[in-house]
Design a protein around this ligand. Structure first.
Ligand code: SAH
Length: 349
């Protein structure tokens, strides 16, 4: 075990902050013993804040049509092999109704940037319908970089939360992951708009995305410390065969787990999912995520006919399963490590 890294993990636990140089030291020097040490602290913290309860959110991936061309993403515009689909308003509502029966009290609507068809007005109508049918539920949106007036309209319609991973807090790194037309500043501004409008806001990164360095990760941790998102989404980068990054190595499962623990230690009441990508890179990835401090799981509620089409990366898990199968599989997985699913909105406190 690196004594230096261990003492920095203790310092993070005590002060809830590290300097950029200290973060770089952690990311350049950590080993498996340090990861286990951080996991122990993180698990203790999440147990003291949330007990052995895990929150679930049902995701409806309602369209894989996207105007963007992110180099890592399987549903990027240039991927002509992707079979595109769009759900109707009725289909989206039906997914939520079914999810409600299975105990979901948060619905996450996610899609590509398909704004010409799913206009802000149409999305506001969908949010209102979900809220009318299920007033005891939270609605989370993950629609990409909408403008402030659209985000305000959706907030007024009743949306509670918004997930928009910043992807990387290092501008030069951002530019290596995105085509020239996309802007680091625009994405960051959008995150600030979300906070300002009163959304519980989620940022996040892919671990091991191409060209990521210890310094990039240090910038990400500094950004989290300053922005204080209510939610942080962290999963490993996984290549997709029809993208320019097809031959890039996948991210490290262990580093992903270490980052989950460091986020939990830094922000004790954070809503922190054990992501589908983590479950894809390793069969017990989501259980390991929980054992490293995660307290949220986000299974899919999409209709089985479209599940195999929302492929951001290769080999995504659960594309053959139904909502009910995923729900009970997860319940058993959580039980096997001593945790229980809680039927609640699971808001940030
Ligand atoms: N259009 C929305 C949703 C994007 S998909 C938006 O822009 O926010 C949700 C997340 O999946 C992305 O933010 C990205 O971090 C992640 N993702 C995309 N491609 C991936 C890949 N190849 N491996 C791992 N995660 C990926």
């Amino acid at each position: 075990m690196s004594k230096q890294v261990r003492s920095l993990i203790d310092k993070l636990d005590r002060d809830k902050t590290l300097s950029k140089a200290e973060w770089v030291t952690v990311f350049d020097n950590w080993d498996e013993d340090d990861r286990a040490y951080a996991a122990g602290l993180a698990r203790e913290i999440s147990q003291s804040v949330f007990g052995n309860k895990i929150y679930i959110r049902g995701i409806v991936e309602f369209s894989n049509v996207c105007k963007n061309d992110c180099l890592y993403c399987g549903i990027r515009r240039s991927n002509t092999n992707a079979q595109r689909y769009r759900l109707t308003d009725e289909e989206i509502l039906h997914c939520c109704d079914e999810g409600y029966e299975y105990g979901f009290r948060t619905f996450v609507l996610q899609s590509g940037e398909d704004y010409a068809v799913y206009t802000p007005e149409r999305m506001a109508g969908i949010v209102r319908s979900i809220k009318a049918a299920h007033p005891d539920c939270a609605v989370t949106l993950s629609l990409g970089e909408l403008e402030r007036d659209a985000l305000a309209l959706l907030r007024e319609a009743g949306a509670d939360r918004y997930l928009l991973r910043h992807e990387t807090a290092d501008k030069e790194h951002y530019q290596k992951l995105h085509p020239a037309g996309m802007s680091f500043e625009h994405r960051m501004n959008c995150l600030h708009d979300l906070k300002d409008l009163g959304y519980q806001t989620g940022a996040g990164i892919m671990v091991g995305s191409p060209y990521q360095t210890g310094e990039c990760l240090a910038e990400d941790m500094l950004f989290f410390a300053e922005f204080r998102p209510e939610m942080i989404g962290i999963g490993p980068f996984l290549p997709h065969k029809d993208t320019p990054f097809r031959d890039m190595p996948k991210g490290s499962c262990e580093l992903t787990l270490l980052l989950l623990s460091l986020c939990r230690i830094m922000l004790p009441d954070l809503l922190l999912p054990a992501t589908t990508a983590l479950g894809t890179i390793r069969p017990d990835g989501r259980e390991q995520g929980v054992l490293h401090g995660a307290n949220v799981i986000m299974p899919n509620l999409s209709p089985s006919a479209v599940r195999k089409k929302y492929l951001l990366y290769d080999n995504k898990i659960c594309t053959e399963d139904s909502t009910g199968e995923c729900r009970f599989c997860l319940q058993n997985r959580m039980k096997s490590i001593g945790y229980e699913i809680e039927i609640t909105r699971g808001d940030h406190r």
